[in-house]
Structure formats: C-alpha cells, structure tokens
Design a protein around this ligand. Sequence first.
Ligand SMILES: Nc1ncnc2c1ncn2[C@@H]1O[C@H](COP(=O)(O)OP(=O)(O)O)[C@@H](O)[C@H]1O
Ligand SMILES: [Mg+2]
Length: 252
Amino acid sequence: MDANLHLDAPGRNGTAHVRHLTRRFGPADARPVLDALDLDIQPGEFVALLGASGSGKTTLLRTLAGLDPVPEDAVVALPRPVAVAFQQPLLLPWKSVWRNVALGLPEDARGDARARAEAALAEVGLSHRLDAWPATLSGGEAQRVALARALVREPGLLLLDEPFAALDALTRLRMHALVLDLWARHRPATLLVTHDVDEAVALADRVLVLAGGRIVLDLPNDAARPRRRDTASFAAMRDRLLDRLGVREHAA
Ligand SMILES: Nc1ncnc2c1ncn2[C@@H]1O[C@H](COP(=O)(O)OP(=O)(O)O)[C@@H](O)[C@H]1O
Ligand SMILES: [Mg+2]
C-alpha cells in the first residue's frame, strides 16, 4: 500500500470514522479547504452532503476514496471496499459496457467478472446493453453503468459526487428511485454529495452542510421513503438547509 495513504481500519462496528481531517492547497499558511473535519457514517446509513461550490465536497470525497493522501495527524477509518461514482460516468470508450463494469472488480475477482458484471447491470436495468459501446448510451444509461461499476464490488462505503447533476430533471428523478432501491438492497454506508437541497432531503437519513472546512449542520430525517416533497416537514427541513447555505430569500 502507498505509504502516503495511511488509511486506518474501519471504526468500531464498521463505522466510517473521520477525525481531524485538514487539507490545504498551496502555501502552508493558505486557508485550509478542510479544517480539522470530523465525520461519522454508521453502517448502512445514507448521508447527503451539501455545500457551496468550492467548499471542499469533492476534496473530502477524493480523500475518502483514497485518491488523495491523508495527513499524518488525521484518522480516516472506513468500511471496505470503498467505491465511488462521479458527476461524469468516466467510462472507457474502447471497452464494452460489461467490461467497463468489470473494471470495478478487484484483480482477484476477475475470474467470474462477466457473471458479476451482468448481475450488476441487471440491477440497474441494463441487461440489454451488456455489449454496447459507451458512445451509444444516453447520459442516464452511462450514469447507470457507472453505478453498476461502483456496486459490483459490493462496497462497504459508497461515495457519490453529484452523480445526477448532469442529467435532465426526469432522468434525475428516476435515478433517485434507482439509487434508493440499490441502497435498500445492498445497504452500503453512502455519502452523496449534491448541490440539490431537495435531492438531499428526499434521499438521505441525515443531511450535512459543509462550510468553512467543517460540518456546520447535521440534520436527521427519519421520514419514511419514498418521500413526498410537498409536506410541511419536507419544506421545514429544506428551509433550514437553505438558511445555513445562505441562499434563502427571506419573506418579509
Ligand atoms: N488539486 C487541487 N489543487 C489546488 N486547489 C484545489 C485542488 N483541488 C481543489 N482545490 C481547491 O479547493 C477548493 C475546494 O474544491 P472542491 O473540493 O472541488 O469543492 P466542491 O466540490 O465543494 O465544489 C476550491 O477552492 C478548489 O479550487
Ligand atoms: Mg465538487
């Protein structure tokens, strides 16, 4: 393992456990993007993370995904494996759909790669596209392939960085239902980064706001799913989050 990559074993009971995570870019006296951030995600919990553009959401996800180094004095202890899907599906254009999904498998699981990729693609409703080329997929289909590639490794922690942001509104709603369905079936701890407050309130057990490098608001939501968006409790939670994000226009 990369010596820089100093990732601890998962916390007690498989909790994803982050303590004192500081990340800064540029000079040592630059203002940190993440400033001694603490975060816990329980096994099977669905957490959404909101924050203004540039607040450090992707920086946090990249660190949890093991793509960026963890500083020596931070603790990052995660249930493994960790899988990640980004706003862009990032499929390899020269590999068929099922081979792109098989890329999500660890080296030692490549023997039954085709069967496992087929099963993951069936779960996202793409059994009919196994041998298709990425260039022939719609945006929603490509993002479903990216989800299948993340799920095929049966992650203990699923990281989603604005995975629906580039999709049209109707496709986005369908993807919400699909992600909830997959989460309910596999139950990975999930951290969904989004800038869409309604998406966060509709999907997550807990909604966090990242600002000034830390989690500044942490709101549980135990409403049953699927959630109606036209209820008073939904609106109340949306308002609290918009207030904290500083984007609500206050009625006089
Ligand atoms: N590799 C990098 N080098 C320099 N600055 C970076 C790098 N990655 C992110 N940043 C800066 O860190 C801040 C947070 O970025 P990011 O985590 O992408 O924010 P978000 O995903 O919340 O929009 C931004 O100011 C961005 O310019
Ligand atoms: Mg980002």
